[in-house]
Ligand binder design. Structure first.
Ligand code: 13P
Length: 255
């Protein structure tokens, strides 16, 4: 099953509006010809509109880092799917481990958000992954299986291209410690079996599953060589245009 590689930058709580736009201006010429890979940037909410304008006319997409599930109303501090669509977002990251760990998000919220994003025509990038303790206790598959079944509960898909899954082992995020390609492949292949339980084999076969956790230009090639690793969700190494472009160029070397 053909799955187009997808590399998504998650800037987390970094970069002002000016810094975000400066990044785009430096980055776009570096990746102008790279059409074999889908690329997107997830700046903070306040930079979305400016980054959307800076990306206009390029193939690079825009993503948000979170979202509320309601279309609007009395939800102080929240941002709705309608607003994200209006700001030019093609994707939204949902259920990131930092949202789960620091803001108490659970699979129930993730499922509501996934359904809301799909209704608005925004592609959800659903994050799952185990903590170090869960891995040490042999609970990796249990954790990831529960997150997939819970986060995608009540979700109806016509095609696997409507969603993206991201496997991000919590112990590999921002630590410099990457899962080995084999460790990541083992979990990602398991994740695809869980998607097949929910949506059938054909849909599961066309869902892109990204790996995230200390991805760099030096390790992306070996990760992408694995059957069920279809791209990457990149934190730290996406903050500089050179390193993020370096990741994309390494992926092209592999495809
Ligand atoms: P790092 O690439 O900094 O480890 O972050 C990964 C991540 O959380 C992306 O969403």
């Amino acid at each position: 099953m053909e799955r187009k590689p997808f590399i998504l930058a998650n800037w987390k709580m970094n970069k002002t509006v000016d810094e975000s736009v400066d990044f785009v201006e430096e980055f776009l010429p570096m990746v102008a010809d790279e059409v074999e890979v889908e690329v997107a940037l997830a700046p903070s909410f306040v930079s979305l509109a400016a980054v959307s304008r800076a990306l206009a006319g390029s193939a690079v997409g825009l993503a948000a880092q979170n979202m509320h599930w309601e279309e609007g109303g009395a939800f102080t501090g929240e941002v709705s799917p309608v607003m994200l669509r209006d700001a030019g977002c093609r994707y939204v990251i949902l259920g990131h481990s930092e949202r789960r760990q620091f803001f108490g998000e659970g699979d129930g919220e993730v499922s509501r958000k996934v359904q809301a994003a799909l209704r608005e025509g925004i592609t959800p990038v659903v994050c799952v992954g185990e903590t170090l303790g869960e891995r040490d206790y042999g609970k990796t598959f249990d954790t990831v299986g529960v997150q997939i079944h819970g986060g995608l509960a009540d979700v109806v898909l016509e095609s696997g291209r409507e969603i993206v899954l991201a496997y991000e082992p919590v112990w590999a995020i921002g630590t410099g410690k990457t899962a080995s390609p084999e460790e990541a492949q083992e979990v990602q292949s398991f994740a695809r079996t869980q998607l097949a339980d929910l949506f059938g084999g054909e849909v599961a076969g066309s869902v892109r599953i990204l790996y995230g956790g200390s991805v760099k230009p030096e390790n992306i090639g070996a990760l992408m060589a694995m059957d069920d690793i279809d791209g990457a969700l990149v934190g730290g190494a996406s903050l500089e245009p050179e390193s993020f472009a370096g990741i994309i160029k390494s992926v092209i070397g592999e495809t």
